[in-house]
Design a protein around this ligand. Structure first.
Ligand SMILES: Cc1cc2nc3c(=O)[nH]c(=O)nc-3n(C[C@H](O)[C@H](O)[C@H](O)COP(=O)(O)OP(=O)(O)OC[C@H]3O[C@@H](n4cnc5c(N)ncnc54)[C@H](O)[C@@H]3O)c2cc1C
Length: 439
């Protein structure tokens, strides 16, 4: 048996989880179960993979397992941007190779359409709306990023609008930013409500077990998954557990377990909404990758997302939560001086799988083991589409998008410790410092 050296245990204060409609979690697994298919991880990727496998193999049962409750893990902890456009931060114009960018756009749009269709079909109450996104800058470096991204969008033939700082209060209330680039294709949503709704609308041949952390695995003709109350013996295993996938013996030294931090304010009163002005539902992403993501939500709260930490043990860190809640407060005050009385109801962290070359893994890992792993911070759309397409690949289907994903070189190998930790921590420190007012 191969021991899994870390399992997820997120902090308790995710605002999206607590403000989403309540749902009854499915019971944990107990005893012994034999099955043909097991999908590990019930976030965006695993939910999509299990759903599509169940449709591809309607006579089989598909087991879907998560260590925590659906909506409590990273898929319920993000900023809720279902983004269509590619954004290659390694390229000068953020678009890079035009063929790769065009295919990435198709993948993202397919993921977005899959989610939107399910939301409509099942009436999932997650406030998913086509709202576009503002990429906003305050520092000179940020303005230069917007300029470069405009060139990239021209190359890709995608529409955008440049909004001068003086006009931004009409859109987002605050006069803080100098410029923004509005792109219309993003949908904003309540991520925990969405994944809870996806879990409750799975095909009837998906058997979901929550609060079932797999702690040991044995590979062979069958794959044996052990947990504290029993075991699951499966013909095929699909790993959809993001950064934790690297704990299952594959793709070692390829993923950086990063944690990101967010806070959600209390709802604004009617008078505060009037003080703020602007539209009633919007999302801003920063020009600088170390800057702040900000949203005004359907229930008139403000979300602030900034600050990273490198957590090689893959456990949330209370010391960072406290420190970064303070960063969120300062970032909020800079942007919203007209809302001095508005405090945060929730501050939380979420695990993120980053790779050095920003590539994920898609395909077969070993006999009877497949994976769609490492979403590099864009898992709402990308996780959904790669999960579904992996289920199609397993069913023997091929198309342009599957061929593209299969041909991808995947993540590269990271430097060894202690160089890795030293390098990552220094990069984070410097990045967060030079983000300046954008943080
Ligand atoms: C603060 C923050 C903001 C973000 N903002 C955005 C955004 O706006 N848009 C966007 O697209 N992305 C965003 N992301 C990234 C996005 O949340 C992820 O890319 C996405 O959740 C990946 O989905 P996934 O299903 O692949 O993995 P996850 O959501 O990580 O799901 C994997 C699941 O596997 C389970 N698991 C792991 N190990 C085991 C085990 N041993 N046994 C059983 N279960 C296990 C976990 O509990 C987890 O539920 C953000 C992330 C954070 C943290």
């Amino acid at each position: 048996m191969f021991k899994i050296s870390a399992t997820p245990k997120d902090d308790a204060m995710c605002g999206w989880y607590h403000t989403a409609p309540a749902r009854q979690a499915k019971p944990a697994h107990a005893g012994e179960k034999h099955t043909r298919w097991t999908v590990l991880g019930a976030g965006f990727t695993g939910l999509a993979a299990a759903r599509q496998l169940a449709l591809n193999f309607p006579n089989d049962e598909v087991v879907l397992i998560d260590a925590q409750e659906v909506g409590f893990g990273t898929s319920g902890r993000n900023a809720g941007f279902a983004i269509d456009l590619p954004h290659d931060i390694g390229a000068d114009d953020y678009i890079g190779d035009i063929d790769i960018a065009r295919t990435t756009l198709k993948l993202n749009r397919l993921g977005q359409t899959m989610l939107h269709t399910l939301v409509k079909e099942h009436g999932i109450d997650c406030h998913m709306r086509p709202s576009g996104k503002y990429q906003a800058a305050i520092e000179d470096r940020g303005i230069a990023v917007l300029e470069a991204y405009r060139r990239g969008l021209d190359k890709l033939g995608e529409p955008y609008e440049v909004i001068a700082g003086k006009d931004l209060p009409r859109h987002i209330g605050t006069a803080f930013y100098r410029q923004a680039l509005f792109t219309p294709g993003t949908m904003l949503l309540q991520p925990s409500a969405l994944v809870k709704g996806l879990a409750d609308s799975l095909p009837s041949n998906v058997k979901l077990y929550e609060n079932t952390a797999i702690t040991e695995v044995e590979y062979g003709d069958k794959v044996v998954l052990k947990h504290k109350q029993g075991r699951i013996v499966t013909d095929k295993l699909i790993l959809a557990n993001n950064a934790f996938g690297a704990r299952f013996g594959f793709l070692r030294h390829t993923v950086l377990p990063m944690y990101l931090y967010a806070s959600l304010s209390r709802p604004l009163t009617g008078a505060e909404q009037a003080q703020l002005g602007g539209k009633d539902f919007w999302g801003v992403i920063p020009a600088d990758p170390y800057g702040s993501t900000v949203r005004r939500t359907h229930d008139n709260r403000i979300l602030m997302r900034n600050s990273f930490s490198f957590n090689p043990r893959q456990q949330s860190r209370p010391d960072c939560l406290e420190r970064f809640a303070h960063n969120h407060r300062q970032s909020f005050e800079r942007r919203f001086p007209m809302l001095p009385e508005v405090g945060f109801d929730y501050t939380w962290s979420g695990s993120l799988a980053l790779t050095q070359n920003h590539k994920g893994f898609f395909g077969q890992l070993a006999p009877n083991v497949y994976g769609a792993l490492f979403c590099n911070g864009l898992g709402v759309t990308r996780g959904t589409v790669t999960g579904a397409l992996l289920a199609d690949l397993i069913a023997g289907k091929r198309n342009e998008l599957i061929d593209f994903l299969v041909a991808d070189s995947g993540p590269n190998t990271l430097p060894p410790e202690p160089f890795l930790s030293i390098g990552v921590n220094a990069t984070l420190w410097w990045g967060q410092r030079k983000a300046g007012l954008e943080s």
